[in-house]
Ligand binder design. Structure first.
Ligand SMILES: [Zn+2]
Length: 184
């Protein structure tokens, strides 16, 4: 799935927070954007491994959400939403395509690395690959609640990310071909 799809998943949670407690809307929205993007910063290291923790982020979500409920503040809510978004990102990477240059060929057995299991999880391919038509459709639907709930900065980011997602999906195979040429 695209990094933007992961962000929109996190923003579903943030939108719910914003509806329940509008005072924390901005913190929740920004935390969802950062948490959804964060794992993919490892493209510069070992992608889908260095910053992807499908089990450990999820384990941290439990105390973080408990703390946010017990002592609600901008910081505790932001930490909980950040971890939720990062956990959803890491887990859902296993539902898409494999980690390979042309994931539509479906040859890689590696979706995301689980440090807890000490091995790569296999791609389920429910969503064909990042930037596939299904991924773009999913991203568009997931972005809708955030578009209605947020205004200002968060809404601007959502619109920008939708534009980037459409461009990426349209250019997805050309991007792979160019990357291949670069490697050669
Ligand atoms: Zn990822």
């Amino acid at each position: 799935m695209m990094a933007t799809t992961h962000v929109f998943v996190g923003l579903l949670v943030a939108a719910a927070v914003a509806v329940v407690e509008p005072a924390f809307a901005l913190e929740a929205g920004v935390a969802a954007i950062l948490g959804g993007l964060f794992p993919d910063l490892d493209v510069a290291a070992s992608h889908r491994k260095t910053l992807h923790f499908p089990v450990y982020y999820a384990a941290l979500v439990v105390p973080a959400v408990a703390l946010a409920l017990a002592a609600p503040s901008g910081v505790t809510v932001a930490v909980a939403v950040f971890l939720l978004a990062a956990a959803a990102h890491s887990v859902s990477d296993a539902l898409g395509g494999g980690h390979e240059l042309r994931p539509w060929e479906g040859e890689s057995p590696r979706a995301v690395y689980s440090h807890y299991h000490d091995r790569w999880l296999e791609p389920r391919r429910w969503i064909g690959y990042d930037g596939s038509p299904g991924d773009l459709a999913l991203a568009s639907v997931l972005a809708l609640p955030a578009l209605f709930v947020f205004d200002g900065f968060v809404r601007t980011v959502v619109v920008g990310m939708l534009v980037v997602s459409i461009g990426y999906a349209l250019a997805r195979k050309a991007v792979a071909a160019n990357a291949e040429r670069l490697v050669e």
